[in-house]
Design a protein around this ligand. Structure first.
Ligand code: UN1
Length: 500
């Protein structure tokens, strides 16, 4: 299949791929695959105005009926899984299996949201006053702006959009300018689902804005955008949070991770090796959940780390569209130099680097392929506290579990974490209040590859937001508390006497 075939299979038109000024390159070989038209600030303002009208109509549609739209979206996605998965691979460079996985996450969250559309439960609450009842109801909140990152150009949009849509909210997407085509293809899939749904889906219910940061700033500035859900870097999240706080708007922030695995003496090392390699080199180390720190008990360190270094030497680095490849390219030259700089700093801080460096330069001179690196560190120094979006795994030794947990928690980020141990005392301690401080804490599983059923997100500089499963839907709605007096008296709360 040529690159053009991949774009065509997703229904992208010549106007969308040749008519604009945004140069889109594929990390597969660094070549330009499209020139996408960019939206202007005026377009973004118009999208918000259309979204406001869409909200007025959509909030009146019963939630289970809104779920039907998301069911249709899930059906379209099932049909388009291979096409969209391939486009994800072409545009962001993750291997095709992971491109497919991303579309599967979209399908899974659609299924979840369909069920949820009949379960947006509120509460009834006992009133302290006779002849009174209290209840809590969840109502749609308004337009939800969804800002997403290059490394996951598909799934995070859908975690947000599927929930927002059943909750009664229109959505406006602002994908990374590095990966606009996937979002354009998703928009087409949505348009088909909306057409199949019928007239009660208002115009502008699902919209996409292609462009740079200024478009995101239109969304964060507008009081008509009730919620911004943003996935990306910590600086991006801080900028969004600062803008939103000016108008006290709501945010869901899913930012950086610096995820660790503790490998205890009782660990099943066979399992640990597979988990480590997938989570450290999957998506070429460019997941927010990628494994970046390995904290290994001194008794098993010499069995594990040399073995990993050997596995790393044999990893199939190559074209992510080809079957058998396990490690695709980094997104661009900027990512490459960030990796080089981090390895240089690690060496200066006493690290011993295995692997690293550019790969496949003859075959792909304009792309950013690298050999994944394992870096043995004498201590958790500055570089280890930093998230570098590349396949660098820092390995460190520990001797007691409290020390390992302290190391794991000592970084500014708090997304994902895990322990490999077959000792239930250790694993439960790791999951306890004294254990991992992250939003995700796993046992005998790597830190990446979360299922959609759980709430996804993390603490500290990760931003505190939760998306996807569990009760994350509540962030897309407003809570209304109602007290109803069905008596013929007017008793005041707290027993206050007030006679007029
Ligand atoms: C991200 O990298 O922004 O848990 C999201 C995972 C995926 C999502 C990653 N389900 O690795």
């Amino acid at each position: 299949m040529t690159y053009q075939d991949i774009l065509d299979a997703c229904g992208l038109t010549a106007a969308e791929t040749t008519g604009g000024t945004l140069s889109v390159t594929t990390p597969v070989d660094g070549s330009e695959i499209a020139r996408a038209p960019m939206h202007s600030v005026a377009d973004a303002e118009a999208a918000i105005a259309t979204g406001v009208r869409a909200f007025e109509a959509w909030r009146k549609v019963p939630a289970p009926r809104r779920g039907e739209l998301v069911r249709l979206l899930g059906e379209e996605l099932r049909r388009e899984k291979e096409n969209l998965g391939r486009l994800v691979t072409l545009e962001c460079g993750k291997i095709y299996q992971e491109g497919l996985g991303e579309v599967q996450e979209m399908i899974d969250i659609c299924d979840f949201a369909v069920g949820l559309s009949r379960q947006l439960y509120g509460l009834t609450i006992a009133s302290e006053r006779p002849g009174h009842s209290m209840r809590e109801t969840w109502h749609p909140i308004g337009i939800c702006g969804i800002i997403t990152a290059f490394n996951f150009p598909a799934a995070p949009w859908c975690w947000n959009a599927a929930l927002a849509l059943v909750c009664g909210d229109p959505v406006i997407a602002k994908p990374s300018e590095k990966t606009p085509l996937t979002q354009l293809a998703i928009q087409k899939i949505c348009d088909r689902a909306v057409a199949a749904f019928g007239d009660d889906a208002p115009k502008g219910l699902i919209q996409t804005l292609i462009g740079e940061r200024d478009l995101g700033e239109v969304l964060t500035a507008s009081r008509d955008v009730a919620l911004i859900s943003a996935t990306g870097s910590v600086p991006m999240g801080k900028a969004v949070a600062a803008d939103m706080s000016k108008r006290l708007g709501k945010t869901i922030l899913e930012l950086g991770g610096n995820n660790a695995m503790i490998v205890a003496p009782s660990a099943d090392l066979e399992m640990a090796v597979r988990a480590i390699v997938f989570s450290a080199v999957g998506t070429a180390g460019q997941r927010c959940t990628s494994l970046r720190r390995l904290i290994v008990h001194e008794d098993v360190y010499d069995q594990l780390v040399p073995r990993l270094a050997k596995v790393y030497e044999g990893l199939a680095i190559g074209n992510p569209l080809e079957a058998g490849t396990l490690v695709g390219p980094l997104i661009d030259a900027g990512a490459l130099s960030a990796m080089d700089k981090a390895l240089e700093q690690a060496r200066a801080e006493g690290g011993t680097v295995h692997g690293g460096g550019r790969a496949l330069t003859d075959q792909f001179p304009d792309a950013a392929y690298v050999s994944p690196a394992i870096v043995e560190m004498p201590a958790q120094s500055d570089v280890v506290h930093t998230e570098t979006f590349a396949p660098i795994l820092y390995a460190m030794k520990y001797s007691d579990l409290d020390e390992a947990i302290a190391l794991q928690n000592a970084v500014p980020q708090g997304l994902s974490s895990c322990i490999f141990s077959t000792d239930v005392r250790e694993t439960e301690y790791f999951l306890s209040a004294q254990g991992s401080d992250c939003g995700i804490a796993n046992v005998n599983i790597g830190p990446s590859g979360a299922e959609i059923g759980g709430a996804f997100g993390g603490e500290k500089e990760t931003g505190g937001g939760r998306e996807s499963g569990s009760d994350a839907w509540r962030a897309y709605m407003r809570r209304q508390t109602s007290t109803v007096n069905f008596s013929r008296e007017l008793p005041l709360a707290q027993g206050i006497s007030f006679e007029i």
